[in-house]
Design a protein around this ligand. Structure first.
Ligand code: EPZ
Length: 429
């Protein structure tokens, strides 16, 4: 019986099975959230295609609706009519549940001249400050103060923001997105130096330019935006989810299965493919948007350091660690983006992994096998790491804490079962 996806459900996995077949990857969660925020910039109706079906996406729809956006969803096609916004204040109870909603600050401020957005809560992986977002918007001429946990931003003299030269202390994805969106309707030119270069930034610039914005350099460390008066309707397709793509490739690698992942963008997963090659796991292109995993009976350990794009993505760190736990040799994983992103280590250790953590460094000694155990997902990407480990472990693994998984993976259990995984979702007891 597949339950209806309640938060306290569990996944029961019988490990050791070889997978086969093909899985179609959904649209990118971390792009779709930013693109949805970007529709606030538009005075007409926008349409997004390839929107994943996720808890976080449904939450973002609620937040936009509360601001007066008329949202209509038809499977993975979502229409947004932001022609008449009715509020500039995002509801606390919704924003506090999801950091990704903080991206509405920049577009709301530049479109309406004012925005009140609650501080996004920290989450299990770190404190998640927003100082770079705030300083960037202040540079664009906004008065920003934080009272009672709410960020209140106003364009000085209630008019348009003014373009500026901004240098980000660190290439923050969210700050780059908030500032870039705010600059699209500002007066004059904005330059963002040390900008994030993630594919999601390029996707967001693509939507804004489709709406008539003038953004150049997205995907490089210098983004230049010429402000315009208004943005018009657009119909735009969300890029494939590179993190989901990596998660399924790793599921094939750890179970030594030659599965195909389809509807992907190969250029977005280069760092992962390079690391897999280093340890002896290959791939072949089935088509420009489909890749077949070429597994290896045994593979080497290696060193991984998470870095801003085009470095190895922090969101793939925990699933990749599951693979390294069974390597024939030792590995060192260094997490440089977030201060607390090794919570999956304790759970992998319960399954027999040999991992020692010192600060932001995890030292892994490959073991010959993992054994199934009851484990708890502690954050979104850790849930994928535990499912992947469970696929390869001897015996039964029970994964709880699925509300994390449901935030960021579109029907993960259904897709894994489609590949032949012996995995079932049951109501929590
Ligand atoms: C985005 O978060 C993603 N979330 C994260 O994915 C991803 O891990 C992260 O980028 C890095 O790639 C969404 O896109 C919704 P950052 P974001 O700002 O924008 C520090 C997932 O699992 N920082 O690039 O919050 C921050 O503390 C999630 O899908 C500041 O110091 O990431 C962190 O150490 C997890 N001040 C580092 O920068 C700021 O103002 C990277 O954060 C902003 C960030």
């Amino acid at each position: 019986m597949i339950s209806s996806g309640q938060a306290d459900d569990i996944l029961k996995i019988q490990g050791g099975k070889t997978l086969s077949g093909q899985v179609t990857i959904s649209g990118a969660k971390n792009s779709a959230l930013a693109l949805m925020a970007g529709t606030l910039l538009c005075s007409e109706t926008c349409q997004l295609q390839n929107v994943p079906s996720l808890v976080d996406i449904r939450l973002m729809v609620q937040i936009l609706s509360a601001l007066g956006v008329k949202v209509t969803t038809n499977q993975d096609v979502v229409q947004f009519d932001a022609s008449h916004l009715t509020s500039t204040e995002a509801p606390y109870e919704m924003v506090s549940k999801m950091r990704g909603s903080f991206f509405i600050l920049g577009p709301l401020l530049t479109r309406m001249g004012e925005a009140r957005v609650p501080m996004p809560g920290g989450c299990s992986i770190g404190t998640r400050p927003v100082d770079l977002h705030v300083r960037g918007l202040q540079a664009l001429g906004a008065e920003v103060n934080i009272e009672h946990g709410v960020v209140h931003a106003r364009a000085k003299n209630g008019k348009r923001l003014v373009g500026a030269q901004i240098y980000l202390d660190s290439p923050s994805v969210g700050a780059t997105e908030n500032i870039m969106m705010a600059a699209t309707l500002a007066e004059g030119e904005t330059i963002i130096d040390n900008a994030a270069q993630e594919p999601e930034i390029v996707d967001l610039a693509g939507l804004c330019n489709a709406m008539g914005a003038k953004i150049e350099g997205a995907g490089t460390s210098r983004i230049v935006i010429q402000g315009v008066e208004k943005l018009h309707e657009a119909d735009y397709r969300v890029i494939p989810d590179r993190i989901e793509t990596a998660s399924f490739i790793l599921a094939g690698a750890i179970t030594r299965s030659s599965i195909i992942v389809d509807a992907i963008n190969i250029s977005h997963i280069k760092p992962i493919l390079a690391k897999l090659k280093e340890i002896g796991i290959g791939y072949e292109l089935e088509s420009p948007t489909a890749l077949r995993v070429i597994p290896a009976a045994s593979y080497r350990g290696t060193d991984v350091e998470t870095l801003p794009h085009p470095g190895f993505p922090t969101d793939v760190q925990s699933p990749f660690m599951s693979l390294l736990a069974l390597a024939d040799g030792n590995s060192v994983v260094t997490e440089t983006l977030f201060e607390n992103r090794f919570m999956h280590v304790a759970e992998l250790t319960r399954m027999g992994a040999d991992i020692k953590v010192k600060g932001n460094v995890a030292m892994i000694k490959g073991v010959s096998s993992l054994s199934g155990a009851p484990v708890i997902a502690t954050d979104l990407r850790a849930s994928a790491a535990l499912v992947i480990a469970g696929l390869a472990a001897d015996g039964e693994t029970i994964v709880s804490g699925l509300h994390h998984m449901d935030r960021g993976y579109d029907r993960l259990e259904e897709k894994m079962r489609g590949l032949g995984a012996d995995l079932i979702r049951l109501p929590g007891v």
